[in-house]
Design a protein around this ligand. Sequence first.
Ligand SMILES: *Cc1c(COP(=O)(O)O)cnc(C)c1O
Length: 385
Amino acid sequence: MDDCFRRDRAWIELDMGALRHNVAVLRALLPPGCALMPAVKADAYGHGAALIARELNRLCVRAFCVASAREGAQLRGSGVEGEILVLGYTHPQLIPLLHRARLTQTVLDASYAECLNRAGLPLEVQIKIDTGMHRLGERWTQIDALERIFACRNLRVTGAFTHLCADETTGEEDRAYTHAQARAFQDAVATLRKRGCQVPKVHALASYGLLNYPEIGGDYARIGIALYGVLSGASNAVPRAAALRPVLSLKARVAQLQTLRPGERAGYDLQFTARRETRLAVLSIGYADGLPRCLSCGVGTVLLRGCRAPIAGRICMDQTLVDATEIPETAPGDEAVLIGKSGAEEITACDVAEAAGTISNEILSRLGGRLERIAVEQCRMEQAV
Ligand SMILES: *Cc1c(COP(=O)(O)O)cnc(C)c1O
C-alpha cells in the first residue's frame, strides 16, 4: 500500500536496507560465539520498536532487550519471537505480565529475587552483576547473595550480565576500568559455576564495548545505538563503526511561507528580527515532536531542497520557523529534512545532538509518539528523489 498519506505533517523514515546492512556489519565484528541482543528499549531509540524488532526477527535475531515490562509485553503482542530481556526494575505487581508475555526479568539483587520468587509463578531471569557502574545489580563481591538467587525455586536463571560504564574511549584510565569490570564479572561467574550454579549465558558488551573492547567476549552483545547506524557523539568516533549507516530520517512538511519586511519580528518572545526582506518557511514540527527547543534562534539548521536553512526565532510546540530567504524556490508542501540527507547535504543525529549539547541517544529516544514511522526500502527512496 502507498503510505504517502502518512507523510502529512512530520514523520520518520526508516531505511530498512541500512538496518540490514548494520546487522551484517555488526555480526562481522562479534567475538566468536557471540550473538546480537539488540536494545529496542524506548521504542527502539525512537525508531519504532515493533517495526525494527520484526525486521530483526526476519534476520534471525532471536534475543532482544528492553527497559520495562510494558515495553516487552508490547513487543510480544506485536508478534516478536525470541527472548525478551527486561533490563530494568519491574514492580512485583507486574509479575503476571512478565509470565504471560514470556519475558525474562533482570534480577537486581538477592532480595529482589526473593520478592519475585514469592509471587509463585515460574519466571525466567537473568542476574545483573554490578562491577563498577553502581547503577543496578548485586555487587560482584557478594557471592553468597548471588548464590541465594539460584535457590529461588520459581526462578530459572538463564544468564548473568554486567554493564560497562567507561567503554566509549580507549584512554588509559578507561581501559583499565573496563578491563577491571570485565575481570570482576568473569571471576564472579566462575566462582558461582564452581559452586554448582548454572549460568547458561553471560554478557557485558553494549555498542561501545563491542566497538572498543571485543576481546571481552560473551554470549550476547546488547547493541543499541550502533544498530541504528549512529554513534553517541562525533568526538568518540570509532574506526570500526565507519561502515554503519543511519537508519532514521526525520522530516516535516513546509506548511506556509511568510514574507517579512526589514525590521519585522517573528515568533514567541520576538526572538527573530528580519534584517532584510526575509522569507520564513513554517515547518509542521515542534518540540512536542522531539525537536529540542534549545536549537531555536539559529542554533539548529534544517535542509530544504538540498540547502541549509537556519531555525528562526523560538521553536514552538508544534511548529518551527526557518529562514528560507536563500532558497527562493521553497514552496508550501516541500519536505524539510531535520535529520538525514537532502541532495548533497546531510544533518546527522550527532550534529543535532552536538548543537543541543547532548548525545544522539537522547535526541533519537525523545522523538515523539505523534510522528509516523514509515519503513522505506532504499530503491524506493531513490525513485522518490
Ligand atoms: C541501553 C543499554 C544497552 C545498549 O546500549 P548502547 O550503548 O545503545 O548500545 C545495553 N545494556 C544496557 C544495560 C542498557 O541499559
